[in-house]
Design a protein around this ligand. Structure first.
Ligand code: 1CP
Length: 337
């Protein structure tokens, strides 16, 4: 059987239309998901491969999307690193990592303990979908995971993390190295469990300057990308709110570069010819309704080169998004080559 549109776009093939999926597509804007959440906590859903597979497949039952992303969180593998956390609604740590001693106290990673429920979910999802729909695994990039581990929760600008980077660069390096190694094992295991490609979410990429990113973060991100590439798994690298880093990210070893809505995707394609890109409609436009969504999608399709473009939002879909806006997005993408 031949591959579906998403894997073919990753190989930069000529296609009848562009592939489409939506970041956080299995989330709270779906009434069916809200129903599941009334009966189960988020943690319960993630702990049960049967329920997590059901949540993963919900958006595919409504919309003709070209990929399913496994229902899990970037924190799902963290228990294997001895990290204790809860969701409120984002990740909150019982004890943030704030010193060299805290980093050194992290246990040796037990590869078997890295998200076993996520792997079991992927196996179920892969078995239930045809090859025309790609199954995506994912992980957090080392820096974005460190943001939660050090800050303790999502905080605008992550000031505690940035102070830690300034005060304890070697400890930060040790933490990022540990996360990079663990995430490589984790996503490679996802590939064995049925993921056709993996997205590496660097949602908080933009917190440091380019010079500090080059010095402190880049080597560990490259180690992760290299390990995943050596395993033969296609890599989608997503960065958010980091326009000063986008050219540096475009030079990293990943098959696809995913960007947020702040960037001009057509211009990015011109600056990096042949680079496969993903994105980048502003998720807030979908809140404005199907008309505004259709206009934004058509404008994106008109302005950008179709070859090597995976259509997506520029960040996760927002909880109050009308279903009709997602339908308009799907129709716009299906209606044009
Ligand atoms: O109340 C609920 O239902 C829980 C909310 C929720 C959900 C549905 C969280 C807590 N995570 C998730 C699932 C999730 N998270 C997916 C599954 C796939 C899908 O929904 O389609 C994925 C891919 C993620 C990834 C994720 N989690 C990222 C990277 C993507 C991004 O949005 O930038 C990040 C930064 C997180 C952290 C996180 N977990 C949850 C929330 C609400 C957040 C972000 C907000 C915060 O930092 O407080």
């Amino acid at each position: 059987m031949t591959d579906g549109l998403l894997l073919r776009a990753i190989r930069c093939e000529d296609l009848p239309r562009r592939p489409l999926w939506v970041m956080r597509q299995a989330g709270r804007y779906l009434p069916e998901y809200q129903r599941m959440r009334r009966e189960h906590t988020f943690k319960e859903l993630m702990r049960s491969p049967q329920l997590a597979a059901e949540a993963t497949l919900l958006p595919l039952q409504r919309f003709a999307l070209d990929a399913a992303i496994v229902f899990a969180d970037i924190m799902s593998p963290m228990p294997a690193l001895g990290v204790d956390f809860d969701f409120d609604p984002g990740p909150v740590l019982a004890t943030p990592i704030r010193s060299r001693a805290d980093v050194d106290a992290l246990p040796e990673v037990d590869a078997e303990a890295l998200g076993p429920a996520v792997l079991a979910t992927l196996q179920r999802v892969r078995a239930q979908l045809g090859n025309d729909v790609a199954v995506l695994g994912f992980c957090g990039a080392p820096w974005t995971l460190a943001a939660y581990l050090v800050e303790g929760r999502g905080v605008a600008g992550f000031p505690t993390l940035r102070a830690f980077a300034a005060k304890e660069p070697a400890a930060l390096g040790a933490l990022l190295a540990k996360l990079s190694e663990a995430m490589a094992s984790y996503v490679i295991a996802q590939g064995r469990a049925g993921a056709d490609a993996v997205q590496i979410f660097d949602s908080w990429a933009g917190a440091l300057s380019l010079a500090d990113w080059q010095r402190l973060i880049r080597p560990h991100l490259v180690d992760l990308l290299d390990a995943v590439g050596q395993a033969g798994l296609p890599r989608i690298l997503f960065l958010q709110n980091a326009p000063h880093l986008v050219d540096a990210y475009a030079a990293l070893p990943a098959e696809v570069l995913g960007v947020d809505w702040r960037l001009d995707l057509a211009e990015l394609q011109r600056r990096h010819p042949g680079r496969v890109v993903q994105g980048n409609i502003d998720p807030a436009i979908l809140l404005a309704g199907p008309g505004a969504t259709r206009t934004a999608a058509q404008e994106l399709l008109r302005r950008t080169d179709s070859r090597g473009h995976i259509v997506n939002l520029g960040h996760g879909i927002l909880p109050k998004t009308p279903i009709a806006s997602v339908e308009a997005l799907v129709q716009a993408v299906h209606g044009s080559a």
